[in-house]
Write a protein that binds this ligand. Structure first.
Ligand code: NDP
Length: 287
């Protein structure tokens, strides 16, 4: 059994991005710009935004932080996104979710230019993902594929079972695995015989949000187990999989923390670098 070390893989990716940014900066005098919009004072969101800022500094990106009060109106948020869409220094826009309830998240996401949609949630981006014409993959699902590739886990022809069908994890990871020729089963709260489905998995992705929901007896011998869950239990972080039991059966398994989690930011940086490079190739500052 091998533990999939997401911290190490994400560190390597960020180091590679920083080197590429340095080279591009020397060539062009420009660096990728990531704008992060935070509305309100949700403590978890503040931590995520701080981590994104740190990653930007490490990768040599310019980061633009916009913090609006919890009372901000929908119009103010949309105006800000529209300004960022037009700003040539901004290559990627990330609006930290969740947003306060007076703001329509869907409308905000739809306002972000697909060319700057580095979080991968715009309907155009999602449509491209489904048709196999990926520009930006949503970050957590992309991080999962990057981990499988790093550890040379074969995907083609494998039976992949995903538990959880959210728009940010379950559904996009299903399409990414399908694009890589896995046979995909997407499970959710109405799935009949969930343990049976999980037991059939060569690759299991658990994205449920329930601490240690997947027990060792559900894991097939030799399965690759990707635990996306982040649950706080008595001040400790645990995943959706019972790690101690599952690791006795798995061939590869991600720990929580230190598995999928660190990959999300690395993929955000990768998407932003991609947006920057596309912009450079276009040879124009405005797009
Ligand atoms: P959601 O709450 O949006 O979705 C949970 C999914 O799990 C739903 O599709 C739901 O089914 C399914 N589910 C819930 N209970 C059961 C059950 N008893 N049996 C079968 N399926 C069930 O969660 P997210 O996708 O946003 O997140 C999932 C987990 O991943 C969370 O712990 C979250 O914190 C973590 N996460 C981690 C990230 C990272 O960077 N590592 C990034 C994003 C999320 P139904 O649709 O039928 O309700």
């Amino acid at each position: 059994m091998q533990i999939i070390d997401g911290k190490k893989v994400s560190d390597e990716i960020l180091t590679g991005i920083a080197a590429e940014v340095e080279r591009l900066k020397a060539e062009t005098g420009r660096a990728p710009g990531l704008a992060v919009v935070l509305v309100g004072n949700d403590p978890a969101s503040a931590v995520y935004v701080r981590n994104k800022k740190k990653a930007c500094a490490r990768a040599g990106f310019v980061s633009f932080e916009h913090h609006l009060p919890a009372s901000a109106s929908q119009e103010e948020v949309l105006d800000l996104v529209t300004r960022l869409n037009a700003d040539p220094e901004v290559n990627g826009i990330l609006v930290q979710l969740p947003l306060p309830k007076q703001i329509d998240e869907k409308k905000v996401i739809e306002t972000i230019s697909p060319a700057k949609d580095v979080d991968g949630f715009h309907p155009v981006t999602v449509g491209n993902l489904v048709t196999g014409n990926v520009l930006f993959s949503p970050c957590t699902p992309a991080g999962i594929i990057a981990l499988l590739d790093y550890y040379k886990v074969p995907i083609e022809g494998q039976r992949a079972v995903i538990v959880g069908r959210s728009n940010i994890v379950g559904k996009p990871v299903a399409f990414l695995l399908l694009a890589r020729h896995a046979t995909v089963t997407l499970c959710h709260s109405r799935t009949r015989d969930l343990p049976g489905e999980i037991r059939s998995a060569d690759i299991l992705v658990a994205a449920i949000g329930k601490p240690e929901f997947v027990t060792g007896d559900m894991i097939k011998e030799g399965a690759v187990v990707i635990d996306v869950g982040i649950n706080r239990v008595e001040g400790k972080l645990v995943g959706d999989v019972q790690f101690a039991e599952a690791s006795k059966k798995a061939s590869f398994i991600t720990p929580v923390p230190g598995g999928v989690g660190p990959m999300t930011i690395a993929m955000l940086m990768q998407n932003t670098l991609k947006a920057f490079k596309i912009n450079l190739e276009k040879g124009s500052k405005n797009y």
